[in-house]
Design a protein around this ligand. Structure first.
Ligand code: LMR
Length: 396
């Protein structure tokens, strides 16, 4: 019966992680998947998360009922406030936020919702982008196109090109943008460029869909949130998907959120209802545990402050490792062009290494990058940075 089922070609990120886990070499280094590793090479359990777990443990044990379709109410409230800040106080009535199964679940729920109301729209994603963007929107039935994101040198954003492309799109086209820490390039728009984009989107009736999986890990939480808050203040309709996997180191709990910014509270009420329906037909309702933890941390001022300090330490360690790798490569090869390491920001660096070079580095040195040349900076530490530098220098 299933004779015609083709072999799954694998996922460029998750399948590589499986290969890494099978690699018997003890010196192997994982710079592939977007995990934050600490200076000892471990994925940390945050202190704020440990405290939230103990708070949760002391609460009266209640029966483990299903959550509502749109998730834990306290989580939804806290998250909307955290994402939109002051813009929530001003525009919160017309924003709908629901809890989702990670960031991927948020994108999928948003995509399914959009497909129902804009069935003929196209989705435009950046070239390059996170591979799953294409797969999720295609899976929801959309035609997916790519807009050029980088100049030919691969080192700067092609802002004029973005504007020219978006000016040419028909009304109601959905445009996926990375709110910060662009994955894989590590290059983000400046505040003035976001403002210019949103006024273009308003004029041409385009629908922005901001994806935020790394808020706080680029230039810090306030700067990284600029696009989300400016979108809410711009008066246009848009969507924001958000993941708590990296920033709370809660990968396995699948905690995320989807917000839809509407034009009025009346519309927001109807959208909220339809989003519940979308969740019901996907997975009925989201899981409870991770959302409880995030809600406790965001809602308790001292825990929130402690978590923000941990987030900032993670960010700063990545900045330090960027400089350490840069210095090591420059010492080995003074003329190598690795400035990108210190000019890009967030969890990833886009090295420009070819897929063949990435394969050679993996085979020879046991160092794993994504084949598009993306390096996860968070996998670097004092013990492996020299070996990584030797490997990259040998191909640069
Ligand atoms: C990544 O880009 O490595 C992460 O977002 C993990 C994933 O699901 O691909």
């Amino acid at each position: 019966m299933f004779e015609h089922v083709e072999i799954y070609p694998g996922d460029p990120i998750l399948s590589l992680m499986e290969d890494y886990q099978k690699d018997p070499r003890t010196e192997k280094v994982n710079l592939s998947i977007g995990f934050y590793y600490d200076e000892h090479g471990n994925v940390p359990v945050l202190e704020s998360v440990k405290k939230a777990k103990s708070i949760l443990d002391t609460r009266t044990q209640e029966p483990n009922l299903y959550l509502p379709m749109d998730g834990l109410p306290s989580f939804r409230k806290q998250v909307q406030q955290y994402l939109f800040g002051e813009a929530d106080a001003e525009h919160g009535e017309r924003i709908v936020t629901l809890q989702t199964v990670g960031g991927s679940g948020a994108i999928r729920v948003g995509a399914d919702f959009l497909k129902r109301y804009y069935p003929d729209a196209e989705v435009w994603i950046s070239d390059p982008t996170w591979d799953n963007h294409h797969a999720i929107f295609k899976g929801a039935g959309f035609e997916v196109q790519r807009y050029p994101y980088l100049k030919e040198d691969g080192r700067q954003i092609n802002f004029e090109g973005l504007i020219a492309t978006f000016e040419s799109l028909p009304a109601n086209t959905i445009v996926l943008l990375h709110a910060c820490c662009h994955n894989p390039t590590g290059l983000d728009l400046a505040p003035g460029q976001w403002d210019a984009l949103f006024s273009l989107f308003a004029r041409r009736s385009l629908i922005p869909f901001l994806d935020a999986a790394y808020l706080g890990l680029g230039e810090g939480l306030a700067k990284d949130s600029y696009a989300i808050r400016a979108l809410a203040g711009s008066g246009i309709t848009g969507l924001v998907s958000n993941s708590f996997s990296k920033v709370f180191s809660l990968y396995g709990e699948r905690v995320g959120s989807l917000s839809v910014i509407c034009q009025s509270s009346v519309i927001a009420g109807r959208v909220a209802g339809q989003l519940k329906g979308t969740v019901r037909t996907n997975y009925s309702n989201p899981p409870r545990f991770g959302a409880e933890l995030v809600s406790i941390i965001l809602g308790e001022p001292s825990l929130r402050t402690a978590w923000l300090a941990e987030l900032e330490r993670m960010r700063q360690r990545m900045v330090d490792m960027r400089h350490a790798l840069y210095d090591e490569i420059k010492t080995l090869k003074p003329y190598s062009k690795v400035e990108y390491l210190v000019t890009q920001s967030g969890m990833f660096s886009y090295s420009g290494l070819t897929a063949d070079a990435v394969d050679r580095i993996r085979e020879k040195h046991g160092i794993y990058f994504i084949r598009n040349g993306r390096i996860c900076i968070a996998g670097l530490n004092a013990l492996n940075v020299s070996r990584v530098a030797i490997a990259i220098a040998s191909e640069s």
